[in-house]
Design a binder for this molecule. Structure first.
Ligand code: NAG
Ligand code: NAG
Ligand code: NAG
Length: 202
């Protein structure tokens, strides 16, 4: 009896703290779609049944999946506007996270940059003819507008800022990202996304 009681108390209090599903996606604690549930520091947005993450520059990114036990979530890279080589968050210079919030960009993202200016050639990025970005612009419909531009890729590791993926006219104008890219893997096996992690609550 006692065990059942404790179980129910735990269950009910957890259910109370947890936000309701957004569309078909569970919103695990501490993520919060509303001030009455979750932990409000971990704010995400349920807009018309689509769970979204808001950048520091006011751009919404769709949340594709959440791994509560690993404190990680994956957001969708912004679409590249059809027939052009501009990411849809170009006007906000790409993805920028609010440094005061408990989220950062994980070290599992391989970022591809497109339509870069020559100055990128002197950076430590891989802009060679074998860069992954070539596969993207040659084979993936979304990348076609970027074909024959200078493109590069890099693994966003811990040596870099973990709060930003930057694009701009004097650098590159579009980007995409693949989570956990395996060496030598081909474009048809890639998982597009930008993996974020959060500081565990409590
Ligand atoms: C590439 O970027 C330049 C600015 O650096 C811009 O003028 C040009 O339109 C872009 N190309 C495409 C295909 O979007
Ligand atoms: C660039 O990336 C490709 C694909 O991973 C790799 O085969 C190549 O060795 C890299 N080149 C440089 C200069 O790092
Ligand atoms: C990003 O967040 C993780 C866990 O929340 C933390 O361990 C890591 O140090 C952070 N990275 C940076 C560069 O702030």
């Amino acid at each position: 009896m006692m065990f059942l009681f404790l179980f129910l108390v735990t269950y009910v209090s957890e259910a109370y703290n947890c936000c309701p599903k957004c569309g078909s996606i569970d919103v695990p604690y501490p993520l919060s779609t509303d001030n009455n549930c979750g932990d409000p520091r971990y704010k995400v947005y349920c807009n018309h049944g689509i769970l979204e993450f808001l950048s520091a520059r006011g751009f919404y990114y769709k949340i594709l999946s959440i791994n509560r036990r690993a404190y990680k979530l994956i957001i969708s890279p912004p679409p590249i506007q059809k027939g052009t080589c501009y990411s849809s968050d170009f006007s906000s210079e790409g993805l920028k996270l609010d440094e005061n919030l408990p989220f950062n960009i994980s070290t599992h993202n391989t970022v591809m940059l497109f339509n870069c200016t020559d100055r990128l050639l002197y950076s430590p990025l891989n802009c060679s003819s074998t860069s992954f970005c070539r596969q993207f612009e040659d084979n993936v419909e979304e990348g076609i507008g970027c074909k024959n531009t200078l493109c590069c890729h890099y693994l966003k590791d811990s040596a870099m800022t973990s709060h930003m993926i930057r694009i701009r006219a004097i650098g590159c104008t579009a980007y995409t990202s693949v989570v956990n890219m395996k060496p030598g893997s081909s474009f048809d096996s890639w998982t597009y996304g930008i993996e974020l992690q959060w500081v565990p609550s409590n």
